[in-house]
Design a protein around this ligand. Sequence first.
Ligand code: PLP
Length: 440
Amino acid sequence: MKNLELDKSLLTHAFVEPRKTKLFGSQEVVSGKGIKIKLSDGRELIDGLSGLWNINVGHGKHEMAEAAHKQMKKLPFYPSAFEYTTEPPIKLAQKLIKILPRKSGISKFTFGLTGSDANETAFRLARMYHTIRGESKRIKIISRKYSYHGFTKAALGATRIPLYHLWEQPDPSLYLEVSPYDLDELEDLIIKEGPKTISIFIVEPIMANGGVHIPPKNYLKEAQKICNKYGILMVFDEVITAFGRTGKWFCMEHYDCYPDFISLSKGLTSGYLPLSVTGISSKIWEEIEDKIPPGLIFANALTTSNHATSCAVALANIELIENENLVENSRQQGKYFLSQLKAKFKKNSMVKEIRGLGLMAGINWKNNRDAPENYMGRKKILANRVYANEYSINFVSECLKRGLIVRPVGPNTVVAPPLCTTKKEVDEIVAIMVESSKHT
Ligand code: PLP
């Protein structure tokens, strides 16, 4: 059997209706270079979402393969849950301290495998911190409507996209939701629930999967003031927004606001190997280290935590970002991309708003069918359409016909090409989008 037939019979595809996979199957990607991927039928496509927002350095970077090869020949992995360690996670932690803003105070790291587990580690650490300080009733997690924090149990609880809660509903007494930018609502909720029952407030500084929403300039700082007032810890989920995606190494730099925990993954290795990290501020870790009662442990082990080869690849990835000046390229090309989108779509009557920062952008379309609240809600699920409006779905498929992969989310289309995208390639992407809109 050919690969595509085998895929149909053996594999699953999370965001495709199973019926559709059974009927139409998938496309096999066989190679990639720069911002392009090649399919088994010979077609080349522009990877306008960098895989799943993660292939920051672009495709086909041999430096990464060499770093993995070198480490694998020496020592692929040794567990670090007990009293052993390996060199790559140590070097990577040192590197992260160098590139993280000093003001963040992030100084301790635990490496996992996925963005979801990075968030869960932060949740567990927060519980540990509160408990050690005699506040064991702080168990609730607040997150924002439309935010995405992953698919493992607690991360899914913090994810506030109803479609993703189809088969596992989070406990409503533990996972609380507020509107994305409403600070009064946040404070009211904290007071209503009882401040001493709340452990953590988790935010994506820029909500990406929700449609690339840029927060009002002071939102994060004001939210942090409220959290500080009530002893609630804050996690910045920078799984998408870090490593140059927004035109700075970390999105928190745009807002001069620094959380207790930071969750990183995707751009950490540009997807070349799985890796994530929870960065912990020294304020939190020192308290835990000093005050944890004798005999108690961190109790947060994954077999492959602090994986030597993945960490070696992450180091090579960060070096590539530095050597190729990709953070600055993201800033410059992102600015150009946004200005071109705004100029070229100015007269398009379907456009409601265009947003972006660095090399991530979202076009918010006017709703051509349902009310906006339904796009991420159950009515949409019952209508058996997947988490996007019809116009966006059609636009995305027109783009694909012309060789560009972008994604529909809610009433938005999101675009986030690799950080190595050149000005000429930005022009190519914009030209395809403009042409596609004429046929949508
Ligand atoms: N947090 C954010 C902001 C994400 O976008 C994602 C994945 O898209 C996650 C967490 C979960 O990461 P993973 O899919 O690696 O578990």
